[in-house]
Design a protein around this ligand. Structure first.
Ligand SMILES: Cc1ncc(COP(=O)(O)O)c(C=O)c1O
Length: 390
């Protein structure tokens, strides 16, 4: 029988391989140092790994409760309320299979066909496909280059009577910018005035530098009342492959979230939840992170001073943007590909994070790497005089 084609109507016709997969594959092919994808090249704490092994051996191998292990919800409520002076109850927390599932489930639960959602660009790549699957109309607002701050007047001008949600991300991937108190006050004003929801992606909550506080939406009770906040243990505990995180939302939003969550994953693996509950007993496991990563940011930035790249200072996340306009006229995607092939260092271009393409000569480096990796990469990067098509 001939292999007859049958029609499949794609629900995401414009989605291909992500830029992270593309750049990591290119890095592998050319044996380049990979500062592209956002994950550490060092292992997580051996104490945490022992707790996971213990949990497996103690037999925590069956389904966990749908919303998460009560002891983990309790530990998280304690952590959150200490950090953000909030008043979150354990049952406002739902454990998820990483932040990506939290974002996806929140959007499916809260967004209806035809709702407009404001997405601040450059934006993490899962937001828009998740919105499209929910039938939302994406309204992109660009961060102001090169500070990558939000123009709140512009944002308010794009709110209509169909606007349902604003998605924010602080500290921000890919720019390393953060939202400050004034931003959160403005966000709260707009959300209340226009009767909106807010999805706040805070996966880099502990990766914030120069003694700045993380302005979580959980600090603002009126804003929180209309919000869902998203977190990832992968980012906090250096184990992005474990895919475990949680969301925090007031009871009415949590109730809608769980209606979808239970048919999306039902629950998250139990042994990691047991291990992480124990690990959270020691707040030092996350409180040391600003200093730990700031040292890496500063080390890489110092090494890059003698290069043709100009840093756009990162205030949070484990990314720093670098302007390469003195080295090349190439558009950023071409630049990233050629640099990987010719100089053996992979980075991430910013254009894939935008709906409307831009012309800034800027790429993202991930500094969540061992010192020797950062040093070896900087050695190659400082040798670059020009990047052109071969
Ligand atoms: C801003 C942002 N949100 C969400 C995620 C996804 O986190 P997880 O791996 O826990 O799904 C990432 C991962 O890179 C991210 O950078």
């Amino acid at each position: 029988m001939p292999n007859k084609e049958f029609p499949i109507k794609s629900k995401l016709p414009n989605v291909g391989t992500t830029i992270f997969t593309t750049m990591s594959a290119l890095a592998k092919k050319h044996q380049a140092i990979n500062l592209s994808q956002g994950f550490p090249d060092f292992d997580c704490d051996t104490n945490l790994k022992s707790l996971v092994t213990d949990a497996l051996n103690e037999g925590y191998n069956q389904y966990a409760p749908m919303a998460g292990l009560p002891s983990l919800q309790n530990a998280l409520a304690l952590k959150i309320n200490n950090l953000y002076k909030s008043n979150i109850y354990p049952d406002e927390i739902t454990v998820t299979a990483g932040a990506t599932q939290g974002i996806f489930t929140a959007i499916q639960a809260l967004i209806h066909y035809g709702d407009e959602v404001i997405v601040i660009e450059p934006a993490y790549d899962s937001y828009i496909p998740s919105l499209q699957l929910a039938g939302a109309i994406v309204v992109p607002i660009e961060l102001v280059h090169p500070t990558y701050s939000i123009d709140w007047e512009l944002l308010e001008s794009r709110i209509t009577n169909k606007t349902r949600m604003i998605i924010i991300n602080t500290p921000h991937n890919p720019t390393g910018s953060i939202l400050r108190l004034d931003d959160l006050n403005e966000l709260e004003r707009l959300v209340l005035k226009h009767n909106l929801l807010c999805l706040s992606d805070e996966v880099y909550e502990h990766l914030i530098y120069d003694s700045e506080p993380h302005q979580s939406i959980l600090r603002f009770p009126d804003l929180y009342n209309r919000s869902i906040a998203i977190y990832s243990f992968g980012k906090t505990f250096h184990n992005t492959g474990w895919k475990i995180g949680y969301v925090v939302a007031p009871p009415r939003i949590t109730s809608e979230f769980r209606k979808v969550h239970q048919f999306n994953v039902f629950c998250v693996n139990s042994f990691l939840q047991h291990a992480i509950t124990e690990y959270l007993n020691n707040p030092e496991t996350y409180l040391h992170l600003p200093q730990f990563y700031q040292e890496k940011r500063d080390y890489f930035r110092q090494l890059m001073k003698s290069s043709g790249f100009k840093a756009i200072p990162s205030k949070g996340s484990y990314f720093e943007l670098y302007d390469y306009s003195d080295l090349s006229d190439l558009q950023d995607e071409q630049f990233a590909i050629e640099m990987t092939k010719q100089y053996g260092v992979a980075c991430i271009p910013l254009n894939p994070f935008y709906v409307n393409k831009h012309t800034h000569r800027v790429v993202r480096f991930c500094f969540a790497k061992k010192k020797e990796t950062l040093q070896a990469a900087a050695q190659r990067l400082t040798s670059i005089k020009q990047v052109a098509l071969l």
